[in-house]
Design a protein around this ligand. Structure first.
Ligand SMILES: Nc1ncnc2c1ncn2[C@@H]1O[C@H](COP(=O)(O)OP(=O)(O)OP(=O)(O)O)[C@@H](O)[C@H]1O
Length: 608
């Protein structure tokens, strides 16, 4: 079947099959509606004649051109380019690529309000996932699940590759009970990877040419090309094997929008990987590698670290509970940055008496005050070119805050007793377990200083919120301690593991480290057992006669009541708003919605 490829400026091209007569214009009654101010309401027709197609201008204001020539009536040949307003139409005679474009102009009913909201919220989730810069694979997986859910398809796929190599990597998600083994039709690949066109197959059974689709029993499908800048990188695809006409033009437009977002995500992932490689080269695997954890929260944190390390002049505020790893994060930030070769200097603001803070920060000249028997360089001067880590910044007294603010504003310091100021180039990374917004509200912390310090913010989550990291960190720390003590320990018994998992770690990783060190000292076999741990964790110690440990499935099942409690609490604080509750728990709205459905019987408000 002959078809037209429609190219509108700034939009993805799409194709329309050519019926015997195709009316083109701005008015909605045309078969091909072109919403362009240079297109007349009834602009032109394309008619099939015995010799082929003919274009006829209907007395339009801005005229019709074929291959650059203005025409009133013109017989068309394969490949002819018809210009109507700002839209370019290309005519192609029959070949396989025509087969995949069915009735793309046939407008379906507009999506209902709830449906439109779901679509919008998916777009929002996807763009947020991109902003969060977590693991690309996780992000793609979640997004594909949501596409299956929102568009009602059976399987969704992101395929990475190009026209020469074909698909080299794929991420796929299928509706429950369906196999994600998608065999992609050659016609779809040619259209997306080859010609970079969006395609929609509304009823594959009507086209004998779609052999792969017939064999795979795919009846409906849509696909859009993905591209990084000008470079094609793959396709986003969704299909269905049950219902013909499952997808309509609105769905294709929506998939196109998602395709743009996925392309943006892949682009930033690529940039991120490059930055990560640089960071690795700089640190030689250093401190960043010491930060153990594969939980989503830690993956996110690592991504932030890489991003912020590159922004070597932006002061950073690291927030988190005591012992959660704030200093480790600050060191990693320094070591991954271009400042790595210069010093990393630390000052604990809570540990220094108020009267000495100024001299610690800025130094003093000999004789500046009684007892200043020699000149002393302050932390700022020591950190010149590098990073100054100000721990417990929330405990800094107001007079010292004013002095710190001045140093940050001016980029220079004046040691006590010195006549002149001195320029310094220091990145300040500060850390606190306090809620600084509350401190500001209660006038204990200067708001202007907060903005200077928190150009970028990193939140280190407490250990109890990244349960999947507990055993990982415990094992790594155990190996370190065992090797330092010259002991051969291979791991933890199941009972010890469940004790570690049950504890809620108020002292965070520091507490875990102490616990593990103690257990390694106590252990006298190749495995650390529950009784090697301190009595605080003893609740999980098996009573005589009870099995010593639980299976992973049992432990997992035990998490559900806790999960339910947290989900309910978050929903209650968010007054039933799913997105807000998701934000409180630090998960995506889709993940939250699933939990609300499973644990609360779908009690949440869907509107945000
Ligand atoms: N993700 C992690 N992987 C491995 N070790 C960690 C991790 N997080 C923290 N640690 C270790 O836990 C201990 C406490 O970390 P750190 O001193 O950075 O915490 P903190 O939040 O700065 O504590 P505080 O500010 O209360 O002194 C350190 O020994 C650190 O190396």
């Amino acid at each position: 079947m002959p078809h037209l490829v429609v190219r509108k400026p700034g939009q993805m091209a799409y194709s329309v099959p050519l019926p015997d007569v195709l009316r083109i214009g701005r008015h909605e009654q045309n078969e091909l509606v072109l919403d362009d101010h240079q297109v007349s309401r009834q602009h032109a027709t394309l008619t099939r004649t015995e010799k082929g197609f003919e274009v006829r201008d209907l007395g339009s204001r801005h005229g019709t051109r074929v291959n650059g020539e203005s025409v009133t009536a013109h017989a068309l040949a394969d490949g002819d380019r018809i210009q109507i307003g700002n839209v370019l139409l290309e005519l192609y005679e029959e070949d396989e690529r025509t087969i995949v474009h069915h009735q793309v102009t046939a407008a379906g009913p507009p999506p209902r309000k709830a449906e439109a909201d779901r679509r919008l919220s998916l777009l929002f989730d996807v763009s947020r996932a991109i902003g969060a810069m977590g693991d690309t694979e996780v992000m793609l997986g979640e997004m594909l699940e949501a596409i299956v859910d929102v568009l009602g398809g059976e399987r969704a796929l992101v395929g990475l590759g190009d026209a020469t190599r074909g698909i080299v990597r794929r991420f796929c998600r299928a509706r429950r009970g369906s196999s994600p083994d998608v065999v992609l039709s050659r016609a779809v690949l040619e259209a997306t990877l080859g010609r970079r066109e969006a395609v929609i197959v509304r009823d594959a059974l009507r086209d004998a040419g779609l052999k792969t689709m017939h064999r795979e029993r795919i009846v409906s499908a849509m696909a859009v090309p993905l591209g990084l800048s000008a470079r094609p990188v793959g396709l986003l695809y969704v299909d269905d094997r049950q219902e013909a006409e499952r997808f309509g033009p609105d769905d294709l437009a929506y998939l196109t929008a998602l395709g743009h977002l996925v392309s943006a995500a892949l682009e930033s992932a690529e940039r991120y990987q490059r930055a990560e490689a640089i960071a690795e080269a700089l640190t030689g695997g250093g401190v960043a590698e010491e930060i153990i954890g594969r939980s989503a929260a830690m993956t996110r944190l690592r991504a932030q670290l890489t991003k912020y390390a590159a922004a070597g002049h932006a002061n950073a505020l690291v927030r988190g509970e005591s012992g959660s790893g704030k200093e480790l994060v600050a060191r990693a930030l320094h070591e991954a940055s271009a400042r790595a070769a210069r010093p990393f200097v630390t000052l604990n603001c809570a540990a220094i008496p108020e009267t000495m803070l100024e001299s610690e920060l800025f130094g003093y000249e000999k004789g500046a005050f009684t007892g200043a028997v020699a000149k002393k360089r302050g932390k700022f001067a020591l950190a010149d070119g590098g990073t100054l880590f100000l721990d417990e910044i929330g405990d800094l007294a107001l007079p010292a805050q004013a002095k710190l603010l001045r140093a940050l504003q001016e980029g220079e310091i004046q040691p006590l007793g010195a006549e002149r100021t001195q320029k310094v180039d220091v990145r300040v990374v500060s850390a606190t377990h306090k809620d600084l917004t509350k401190e500001i509200a209660e006038k204990r912390f200067r708001e202007d200083l907060y903005y200077r310090l928190a150009v970028v913010e990193i939140e280190v989550p407490p250990l109890r919120e990244r349960e999947s990291d507990v055993l990982l960190i415990a094992t790594a720390l155990m190996r370190k301690s065992a090797s330092a003590m010259g002991k051969r320990i291979e791991g933890f018994t199941e009972a010890a593991q469940s004790a570690l998992l049950r504890h809620d770690w108020p002292g965070n990783v520091r507490e875990l480290r102490n616990e593990v060190e103690r257990a390694v000292i106590n252990a006298d076999g190749p495995l650390v057992d529950a009784h090697d741990l301190s009595p605080r964790l003893g609740a999980a110690r098996p009573k005589p006669g009870q099995p010593r440990g639980k299976s992973l499935a049992e432990q997992f099942a035990e998490l559900e009541p806790t999960e339910k409690l947290l989900v309910e609490e978050a929903m209650s604080r968010a007054k039933g708003n799913v997105s807000e509750a998701a934000r409180l728990l630090g998960i995506t709205r889709i993940m939250m919605k699933r939990r609300v459905d499973r644990l609360m019987g779908g009690a949440g408000k869907d509107e945000d």
